[in-house]
Structures are given as structure tokens and as C-alpha cells.
Write a protein of this length. Structure first.
Length: 328
């Protein structure tokens, strides 16, 4: 406080203007940071004189903000004043006080452009890890890189707000996004295991073939090579006629029975040659079956990839929408 003179009027009125700089503190609620608003009450009263000796009243009903200096972080919405009269248990005299409530709202544009929008853009990269081909070898590294980026942004959020018991809104958004990224990375590892099932793996179970490779593949628009997701699929187990595969059918030769050849010149009667040919055919069949099993597992992994990509895109959009709706 500063020492100032008292103005004494002839009618007995006394006017004493005593300017002072008052430092105060109030409880800050960061539950909706950076879209939060704060209410700081400032109570002025006398402990020495009771209400019968000094009657405190406010004349304007609000604080005078004409000399307020504009702040880059906070916006002052108002400063209403209320008069309270309290009677304590120790004394019968009333003690009036005037409480000015400073209403503040945080300017959120800085935090939106520097913390919220980068997190939103980085979180939309997480579902794209499911779209990345499994043979590229970068699916898991993409998820880990995005998770590290969100960790850095969360540390920036923790440094820019005061310590509090309640978790801020943007902190909840970061935690939900990081949890989703952790789940997507774990699912990516599982899908990579499905994709790299080798030729020695067992065939895809019938229920998985029916659910994933037929129904879910059509919903996720995952088609085989040479067909689209709108083209009708060939029924499983149906065999194509021999002539449709480009293998010419045996026709009877002119002038003799079908397949007739001189016994001394025909090679079909050599048993050793038949065993070699049957061995080659068996090896070729086993190789084709192993390739078919590996291809089924790869296609199953691709279908699961596309399914989880849609699910995580929906989750990112839903979480962002909930945060913005709660902030509004």
C-alpha cells in the first residue's frame, strides 16, 4: 500500500483513496485444458471494524476494468461484485465484505495449433499402418514412431500446465490415442505372424475361410488377383472342366481305337518312367498345395488388416469428435 492523504469535507464525509497492489492466488481447475475457464474470487473486508462501524458496499456492481492490460493467454470475461454479510459465532456484530469474482477464459488458439492439431494428424497415421504392405517390413516401425511422437507431445502438454490432481481434457485425448496406438501395434505384430505363415503351416480352418475369405473380404473389398470385389466368386470345391484349362482332350485317332499304339514302340508300358512321372506330379501337387496354403494365410492377413484399418479410423474420428464436443 501507499501513503495517501485523506480528503475531509465540511459535512463530515471522508474520502480516502488508498491505491495498493494486491497479489492473490486461486484454485485452478484444468479439467478442460486448453478449453478451460477459471473463476477467481477476491474478497475485501475488515477484521478490525464490524459492520456497525464500517459498512462496505460496492457502487458499480462490477470491477473497474478500464485499466486492465490485455493478456495473450487469458481473456477476462467480467468481474462481478457481490456483498456478503457474515455473523460469526464469537461475535454478535455483522461483518460485511465485498467479493469480486474474476472470470477468465483461456485463449486456446496457441494450444490448438501447437498441441491438438499435430496430435490429431499423427493419430490419423496410426490406422494407415494396417494399409502398409506386410512385405515392406515397416508396419511395426511406423506404429512405434507414431507412439514416440505422441509421447513427446504429451511431455509438452505436461510442461505447459500447472500440476493438478485432475487429468486435463487434452491429456485424456493423448492417453486414449496412445492406448489405441499400442493396441494397433500389438495387432500389427499378430497380423505379421499370420502373413508369414510358411508352406509348412496347416491350412486355414473352414470357419475362418468362410468368414474371413468370403464374407469379410467382400465387405472390406479385398479381392484376389484378376477379380474385383463386385465380381461373382467361384464356389469353393467346384472343379473346372478339363477343356477349360487349356488341356486338349484325347481324341481317338483315325483308323484305330482311342489311345492305341504299337506295343513295341509305346513308352507307356515302361514302369520306371511311370514311377518317375508320378513322383514329379506328386512333388508338383505338394508344392502347389503349400503355395495355396501360404497364399490363403497371406490373404487372411490382408483381410484382417483392412478390417482393423476401418475400425481404427472410426475410433480416431470418434475420439476426436468426443473431445471437441466436450470442449464446446
Amino acid at each position: 500500500s501507499m501513503e495517501t492523504n485523506v480528503v475531509l469535507s465540511s459535512d463530515g464525509r471522508i474520502q480516502w483513496d488508498s491505491p495498493a497492489i494486491t497479489k492473490s492466488s486461486c484454485r485452478v481447475d484444468v479439467s478442460y485444458f486448453p478449453f478451460d475457464g477459471q473463476s477467481c474470487p477476491l474478497t475485501f473486508g475488515s477484521w478490525t471494524y464490524n459492520g456497525n462501524q464500517i459498512d462496505l458496499r460496492h457502487l458499480l456492481g462490477t470491477g473497474d476494468l478500464r485499466d486492465f492490460v490485455r493478456n495473450v493467454e487469458w481473456e477476462v470475461l467480467g468481474m462481478p461484485a457481490t456483498r456478503n454479510v457474515i455473523t460469526y459465532g464469537c461475535c454478535s456484530e455483522p461483518y460485511p465484505d465485498v467479493t469480486y469474482t474474476l472470470l477468465l477464459r483461456r485463449r486456446a488458439s496457441f494450444y490448438i495449433f501447437n498441441l491438438l492439431l499435430p496430435c490429431l494428424m499423427v493419430s490419423f497415421l496410426a490406422p494407415l499402418g494396417f494399409y502398409l504392405p506386410a512385405d515392406s517390413g515397416e508396419k511395426v516401425s511406423l506404429g512405434v514412431t507414431v507412439l514416440l511422437a505422441l509421447t513427446v507431445f504429451q511431455l509438452l502438454v505436461a510442461e505447459s500446465m500447472p500440476p493438478a490432481e485432475s487429468v486435463p481434457l487434452i491429456g485424456k485425448y493423448y492417453i486414449a490415442t496412445m492406448t489405441m496406438l499400442t493396441a494397433s501395434t500389438a495387432l500389427t505384430i499378430f497380423i505379421m505372424n499370420l502373413h508369414h505363415c510358411g508352406p509348412g503351416a496347416r491350412p486355414v480352418p473352414p470357419w475362418a475361410r468362410r468368414f474371413f475369405l468370403h464374407h469379410l473380404a467382400r465387405i472390406c473389398c479385398v479381392s484376389e488377383v484378376g477379380e474385383s470385389c463386385q465380381s461373382p466368386r467361384r464356389a469353393p470345391g467346384r472343379r473346372v472342366a478339363r477343356g477349360h484349362l487349356g488341356v486338349p482332350e484325347e481324341r481317338p485317332r483315325a483308323g484305330g481305337a482311342a489311345g492305341a499304339c504299337p506295343r513295341e514302340r509305346c513308352l507307356c508300358h515302361h514302369r520306371r518312367l511311370l514311377r518317375n512321372v508320378s513322383y514329379i506330379c506328386a512333388c508338383f501337387r505338394r508344392h502347389r498345395a503349400a503355395q495355396r496354403r501360404a497364399g490363403d494365410w497371406k490373404r487372411l492377413a490382408k483381410v484382417v488388416d483392412r478390417f482393423f484399418m476401418g475400425v481404427f479410423f472410426f475410433m480416431v474420428f470418434l475420439i476426436s469428435l468426443l473431445v471437441l464436443a466436450k470442449a464446446a
